[in-house]
Design a binder for this molecule. Sequence first.
Ligand code: SF4
Length: 291
Amino acid sequence: MRYLSANDHYRQRFGKKMYRVAISLDVTCPNRDGSKGTGGCIFCSAGGSGEFASDKSLPVREQIDMAVAKVRSKAGADAGYIAYLQSFTNTYCSVQYLDGVLNSISSHPMIGAVIIGTRPDCLPDEMVSLISDYNRKLPVYVEMGLQTSNDNTARLINRCYDTSVFGEAAGRLRCEGINVTGHVILGLPGESVDDMMDSVRYVVDSGCDGIKFTCLYVLKGTKLYDMFINKEFEVLGMEEYFDIVDRALDIIPEGMVVYRLTGDGPKSILAAPEWTANKRAVINYINRRFG
Ligand code: SF4
């Protein structure tokens, strides 16, 4: 294997295969409610980048029970589970609210770790300190969307925070011993391959423990979709995309976890690129090329 995958990392850390179970919280995003911006990042759908998550009106414990029940027969008795707070910005709430959520998660007997997806500008010191407290009882992973280190592209995609905010937040989390992952999108409008490599280098230099790649995909109903229809940019082909990933992997230091080489959007609203919808073909390609 050319890189340390999520599975390998989880096996090393937990001694078994770990399955992620998506949990939805009653949160939104400062980029949608007007406090930082409106409309959200131009690629983000109404589901807040978490189309596969569960029903947020249910108590967290119930969501975990339901999500575990769904995968348990496939996972087997020896598997472990990681609660994944993926949709929207899961630290964009009061400390008390997140405390209650993490308390439910950490006391659930099936859960061995938690991943908190968020933005770096939503991590005040009190939040980091709360996460740090829980991290002593249950491994916590914080996943932050950088997407690009190029501030011009960041403005174009309406990210609504400066790149330096990511590095600063990653530093504070690492100081508390919290595991940090940075998310990078490859193929953003107007970006050269060198821009993309700069983003990868930025995540590495920020001291992140892991990185997650996604090929830019276009979802119907987003601002990005309008730009795509107006031919303002082109999406990457599969071969072209993985050539870029190949270069990115050369930058990743040994021991840094590559959680994902690409992602896939919900098929019902996916406009392009079509190859991202063919999950089996993509996995086979990845195994052949990088396995
Ligand atoms: S910060 Fe995340 S949830 Fe908010 S608009 Fe951007 S991608 Fe969507």
